[in-house]
Design a protein around this ligand. Structure first.
Ligand SMILES: [Zn+2]
Ligand SMILES: [Zn+2]
Length: 186
């Protein structure tokens, strides 16, 4: 990795020249590296230079495709949906995909548009790794199951302690309702 590279430089591709590295059926190659995943508010993922994630991928040439299997592990940083604090979420996932060797004239064919493809003898691992991370992000992103979230009145993070809102007198407009409730309870 280039030392002068800025830390948040987005990795544009992880291309492996598979036609040269593993030209024959059954040929195998192991590739590994590290990266860091940046996840924006819309949950788009960019891989950047870094070491928070380690990936190890085995490539194997099979009939008309490259089999891609391996693992991605480490941490990604997510934002808690209750308290909005960022927290480290551990990832340990397996990857198992196929990239099709498609003739150049067929690459935009609708049959192959949703497939990973080997283009010009190269396989780009970036979309495969990024998609695997994307699928592993939980839909309910909580820093802890017990997260107390934010006070709806003052916005204080209730994990750090109670705010004063809960001890404030009841809004005058709600008093008649409270009276009614008490009467019904009696
Ligand atoms: Zn939280
Ligand atoms: Zn409050």
């Amino acid at each position: 990795m280039d030392c002068e590279q800025h830390e948040s430089d987005i990795i544009q591709g992880l291309k492996i020249g598979v036609d040269i590295a593993i030209p024959f059926l059954g040929d195998e190659k192991t590739v590994r590296s590290t990266c860091h995943a940046e996840i924006d508010a819309g949950y788009e993922i960019s891989l950047v230079a870094g070491e928070s994630l380690r990936w190890l991928i085995e490539l194997r040439r099979i009939s008309e495709a490259i089999e891609v299997s391996g693992s991605v592990e480490g941490n990604i940083e997510l934002e808690c949906c209750r308290c909005l604090e960022r927290f480290d979420f551990p990832l340990n996932l397996n990857v198992w995909e196929h990239a099709l060797c498609v003739a150049e004239e067929d690459q935009r064919d609708s049959r192959y548009l949703d497939e990973y493809q080997v283009v010009g003898g190269e396989l780009d691992l970036l979309p495969i790794i990024r998609d695997a991370i994307c699928l592993a992000i939980p839909t309910k992103r909580l820093c802890s199951e017990h997260c107390r979230g934010l006070c709806p009145v003052c916005g204080a993070n209730l994990n750090l302690g109670l705010c004063n809102c809960s001890s404030k007198p009841v809004d005058a407009r709600l008093k008649p309702l409270l009276e009614l409730k008490r009467r019904l309870e009696r």
